[in-house]
Design a binder for this molecule. Sequence first.
Ligand code: AHG
Ligand code: MN
Ligand code: MN
Length: 337
Amino acid sequence: MANSKLNQTLGEFIIENQASFKYTSGELSRLINSIRLAAKVVNHEVNKAGLVDIIGNAGDTNIQGEDQQKLDVYANDKFIQTMTKRNIVCGIASEEEDDFIAINSQDENNQNKYVVLIDPLDGSSNIDVNVSVGTIFSIFRRVTPVGTPVTIDDFLQKGNQQVAAGYVVYGTSTMLVYTTGHGVNGFTLNPAIGTFYLSHPDMEFPEDGRIYSVNEGNYIHFPKGIKDYIKYCQMEEGDRPYTSRYIGSLVSDFHRNMIKGGIYMYPKSSLNAKGKLRLLYECNPMAFLAEQANGKASDGFTRIMDIEPTELHERVPFICGSKNMVEKAEEFMRNAE
Ligand code: AHG
Ligand code: MN
Ligand code: MN
């Protein structure tokens, strides 16, 4: 593939594109740089997940002496530490923390404008079986004045206010994929030298796809619209039946569907009235990426990024992927009302 952009590193890309961002102070660039660093540290740990016991048995402990620490807690600590130490955000909310964390936000000299919401390790149950996991992040400008303490209002913003969002997929190779509202770009880590290179410029969902991703084991509990859409996917007609692929790791399922064309669904069910996925650090960032990549994200009726959040860890039904597929699923939802 001849593409002159392909030898560009993530660091170079961030600098080159800083000017196209409407607030050009460089603060957002520094923030994405710190996420890049934390991603490399977490990647290193995730990669040796299966070795922990072996290393432990050899009498070798890790830096903290905490071999047995759950990786999602480790990832949480690393992302929070990196962003806190570099003093570039005024607040962080995480799946692993009950409440948001304020970072020197009461200090009137603290001019940091951004808050980050993060799922430090997504799909973490897959770690035990050597299957891809990810990290998801969402970035907003605070709505309260700089130099005053951050409040819950800084975190409970609609997704359409996001200034950046992205994910890291710790897969057969590790990639960082993000958007600042100017399309979606993917960078692959060269593990030999610890550098991310632009490998997937201007990523886009194909408008139509042939993959549907849903935990069909829950079929019996799904709403009628989703059941009907699943049957539609399985029907022999035109380019159907579609193929079914479900890793159980949102980041990986989304990543594959964006490249190949497909739809991901985590609907509400008779067991989970609002589904499972969290609006603020799973659905909103993925929805921003999807729309920037010519895809779509909805709760079945409403655009994900237009939903008004009411609490930090709230859940929402999530349908996301190739535009025509999501619209078809929405049509089934409407018809089943
Ligand atoms: P997390 O590991 O952050 O809790 O998220 C897991 C999520 C998502 O990544 C995945 O698609 C979904 O849970 C899988 O849920 P089911 O096992 O219910 O299908
Ligand atoms: Mn998750
Ligand atoms: Mn998680």
